[in-house]
Design a protein around this ligand. Structure first.
Ligand code: OGA
Ligand code: MN
Length: 202
């Protein structure tokens, strides 16, 4: 896979139109299967290091029950995805003047029974997150397994998005959304395209 540009089969015009019209966009068949497999392997190899995302400074919140692992230089396969998101950031900056400067990302694993209740990734514009992206990397997903991303678009319409393997959901970080209870192990990378310079806040 080329890391110097965006995958050539992405329909950028449609992505930009959808973001402009609704505040969110979906890309399917994002990467070649070999890359997705390598990503699943890298994620699976580190599953024991994931920590409960709802616990901050020893305090447990009940809005989410998934487990996460922040992505750093020790995860070279995931870094390639981040590189791609940096290229996407440039395109979004040109189109929408977002001033995105960096990408922060974590793997997320929802075990059966886990969820993330209604929230915004950038409440009251309190952080630098402009655009949220979620890439789904489990091997298979069926409708009755739950785990959908439920999202209110910028026109206040609600959408139920299946976490299909090799799908990338892209949305404005200020939009309201949730992850419905998952009945199977659900693997993803959440990444935020941010303006500003502080990388870690989680
Ligand atoms: C998040 C989030 C959505 C998803 O990580 O903040 O809302 O579909 N994820 O995993
Ligand atoms: Mn979110």
């Amino acid at each position: 896979m080329q890391s110097s540009s965006l995958p050539s089969h992405w329909n950028l015009d449609k992505i930009l139109d959808d973001l402009n019209d609704a505040g969110f966009a979906l890309i399917d068949e994002v990467y070649p299967n070999e890359y997705v497999q390598a990503l699943v392997d890298e994620c699976s190899l580190h599953l024991e290091q994931f920590r409960a995302a709802g616990v901050q400074n020893g305090v447990m919140s009940h809005i989410r029950s998934d487990h996460i692992l922040w992505i750093d230089g020790q995860l070279p396969i995931a870094q390639q995805h981040i590189q791609t998101l940096k290229h996407l950031s440039k395109v979004l900056n040109q189109a929408f003047y977002l001033g995105i400067k960096e990408v922060e990302a974590h793997f997320a694993c929802y075990h059966a029974g886990e969820f993330y209740t209604l929230h915004r990734d950038n409440p009251q514009q309190k952080n630098d997150r402009m655009i949220s992206t979620v890439f789904y990397l489990h091997k298979d997903w069926q409708e009755d397994w739950g785990g959908q991303l439920r999202l209110q678009d910028k026109n206040d319409q609600w959408h139920i998005i299946q976490p299909l393997p090799n799908r990338l959901a892209i949305f404005q970080s200020d939009l309201l959304h949730e992850v419905l209870l998952s009945k199977q192990q659900r693997l993803s990378i959440t990444a935020w395209l941010r303006r500003g310079n502080s990388i870690w806040n989680g």
